[in-house]
Design a protein around this ligand. Structure first.
Ligand code: ADP
Ligand code: MG
Length: 253
């Protein structure tokens, strides 16, 4: 398979905040174009650091990130976040509380982007909510605004840091399917962080398990049962374990 099929290529990426402990260490990974990847790992394993490095909010110590033929960062280059074809949605959504929905989405866009904003509101099913403030929205609606704000910039890759963890179970399932539909309809690729293996099983094409800044297991979602059976995953993924146990009990002996 040629490199053209990969939207994202990460080679030997390392990042240390204190020059002692590495948050990410010799991290290599490729994401195929159009695919959704779930990142799972215990707290402090480097998940958020990975997304911040891809988005350009942090600088790597070593390594390289490419999207297509474009170098996002290496020893010499650090492309600014605005120049990267990447959208990052934070766990707390990070909306501006004093701005209305439409102003949140339009923030930083060129004036006259009205039709693009309308289009986005429609895509995330928030028509009629454009004049509300974030405090007048539910958690799920706030998340849609955050996603719309990212997508209106037309990224090729969407990154979501624990997008489902603040939402109740019913809403969660509905939202993750909507996000998947959006990503597939728009022909984008996505990486999302989750603590819940059901999130991964439901919408991801593949899953990577992180520990101490490294990938310890990578698996297509079709092989999730095998991955969860992995001794390492079972022993070390405390947060994963609860849902993993349910899945394990579903596997015929
Ligand atoms: P995760 O998202 O998997 O919980 P993070 O990527 O946030 O993990 O953190 C990985 C490691 O880097 C942790 O040890 C964390 O304490 C450290 N770290 C993260 N951000 C900073 C920061 N801004 N300054 C110093 N250390 C940090
Ligand atoms: Mg995190």
């Amino acid at each position: 398979m040629g490199t053209d099929n990969y939207i994202l290529q990460i080679e030997e990426l390392s990042k240390s905040y204190d020059k002692k402990i590495f948050a990410l260490k010799d991290f290599s990974y490729r994401l195929e174009s159009g695919k959704i990847c779930a990142v799972v790992g215990e707290s402090g394993s480097g998940k958020s650091t990975l997304l911040k490095l891809i988005a350009g909010l942090e600088r790597s110590d070593y390594g390289q990130i490419n999207m297509g033929n474009q170098i996002l960062c290496n020893d010499q280059i650090h492309l600014s976040p605005q120049k990267r074809p990447v959208g990052l949605v934070f766990q707390d959504f990070a909306l501006f509380p004093h701005l209305r929905v439409k102003e949140n989405i339009a923030f930083g866009l060129a004036p006259g982007s009205h039709s693009k904003i309308e289009q986005m509101l429609k895509a995330v099913r928030l028509e009629g909510y454009e004049d509300r403030f974030p405090s007048e929205l539910s958690g799920g609606q706030e998340q849609r605004v955050a996603i719309a704000r990212s997508l209106v910039r037309e990224p090729d890759l969407l990154l979501l840091d624990e997008p489902f963890s603040n939402l109740d179970t019913n809403l969660k399932s509905e939202l993750r399917h909507e996000i998947k539909r959006l990503i597939k309809d728009l022909g984008l690729s996505m990486i999302f962080i989750t603590h819940d293996i059901y999130d991964a099983m439901d919408i991801a094409d593949e899953i990577i398990f992180l520990k101490e800044g490294k990938i310890v297991r990578q698996s297509p979602i079709a092989d999730i049962f095998k991955a969860v059976k992995d001794k390492y995953v079972q022993e070390n993924m405390e947060e994963l374990k609860r849902s993993a146990e349910t899945i394990l009990s579903m596997i015929p002996k």
